[in-house]
Design a protein around this ligand. Structure first.
Ligand code: PHE
Length: 346
């Protein structure tokens, strides 16, 4: 019996399985119902009483060694299986990469840019942190003018309680890019100015303190209101479909005179009236107007020789109308379930 125990102890020590199946065979052979341990326990019954203690201890030690070995090897092999790269089957298809998609605001912004680039506009860029001069003063907002309050401004640095041309602020519209363009370029000018803008507004389903604009500026000799109307009609048809109609309502902006709001016929109800257009059949999409001569002069352009028009629209609003999104905040939350809906758009 001593020999048997010694032989088995050695077998346990040397046992180095390569698979879980080998471990299982080993377990059955050692501690299974008809295994070695059972046979030894049978023999143990015949051991003389004075030797029982010694053999009992030896058998116990052997059993513990077997069980420990089984557990140890099992764990080792299981971990190997989990972490080993599955390279045994080279024909398995690779795991697909999750592709990102373009944000709906980027998609619409790009579409607007594409339409205007077909009319010969180029894209101009400018800083988001601006000064009062580029955002207000050179756009014909006099210092004391109440129109400055039309756009609730986030100030970064304010010289005093009174407005000053040196105040540093987050741009409230991308018209500041148009100012920079007029200062840098000789007419003819045809630029489109996309960008992020900031206004201190309460966040709701229809307003946010950050949003995106695309503004445009066209300056040349003999540019008329009719040119503006035709350009914007072309744009509206390209964006919302061939049947789209436009109308203009008188409005006010310090930098344009005359100024107008541009409405397009509701693309959902075809102009008959629905909840989206609030029964009117029309949707407001942008502000526009003939550049005020004061603005041309303030930026070094001779207003007797040149005239021009400008327009500006909110990209979120256009995207809401195009995609039927009812809550503007969705564009900022970046919930992938929302974003993936635009994977195949445009
Ligand atoms: N800058 C105006 C705004 O942000 C939009 C606009 C641009 C209106 C050009 C008229 C002409 O509201």
């Amino acid at each position: 019996m001593n020999n048997k125990i010694a032989a088995l102890t050695q077998a346990v020590e040397e046992f180095a399985p390569k698979s879980l199946a080998e471990v299982e065979d080993f377990r059955i052979k050692m501690v299974g119902k008809k295994g070695e341990m059972t046979a030894l326990m049978e023999k143990f019954k015949t051991v003389a009483p004075e030797q029982k203690r010694e053999f009992g201890q030896k058998l116990n030690a052997l059993k513990n060694a077997i069980l420990a070995k089984i557990n140890e090897q099992k764990e080792l092999l299981e971990n190997q299986v989990a972490s080993a790269p599955q390279i045994d089957d080279m024909s398995r298809p690779g795991s697909a990469e999750q592709l990102g998609s373009r944000h709906p605001i980027s998609l619409v912004k790009q579409e607007i840019i594409d339409i205007f680039s077909r009319l010969g506009y180029t894209v101009a860029d400018g800083p988001e942190i601006e000064d009062d001069n580029h955002v207000f003063s050179r756009l014909n907002f006099p210092m004391e003018h109440p129109a400055r309050d039309m756009q609730d401004t986030f100030f970064v640095e304010k010289a005093g309680s009174e407005p000053s041309a040196d105040d540093v602020l987050l741009r409230t519209h991308t018209s500041s890019i148009q100012v920079r363009t007029m200062q840098q370029q000789e007419p003819p000018i045809r630029v489109i100015c996309p960008g992020r803008v900031f206004r201190n507004e309460a966040i709701s389903y229809r307003a946010h303190c950050i949003f995106h604009q695309v503004e445009g500026l066209y300056i040349d000799k003999n540019v008329s209101f009719a040119d503006m109307k035709q350009s914007l009609l072309y744009f509206s048809k390209e964006l919302f479909g061939e049947k789209t109609q436009i109308r203009m309502r008188p409005s006010y902006f310090p930098f344009t005179e005359p100024s107008a709001e541009l409405d397009v016929s509701c693309n959902l109800c075809g102009g008959k009236g629905c909840p989206v257009c609030k029964g009117t059949g029309w949707l407001e999409i942008m502000g526009c107007g003939m550049v005020d001569p004061n603005v041309l002069e303030a930026n070094g352009i001779d207003s007797k020789e040149y005239s021009g028009f400008a327009f500006g629209m909110g990209v979120e609003r256009i995207a809401m109308l195009k995609f039927g999104v009812k809550d503007l905040r969705l564009y900022f939350e970046n919930d992938v379930r929302f974003l993936h809906q635009f994977d195949s758009v445009l």
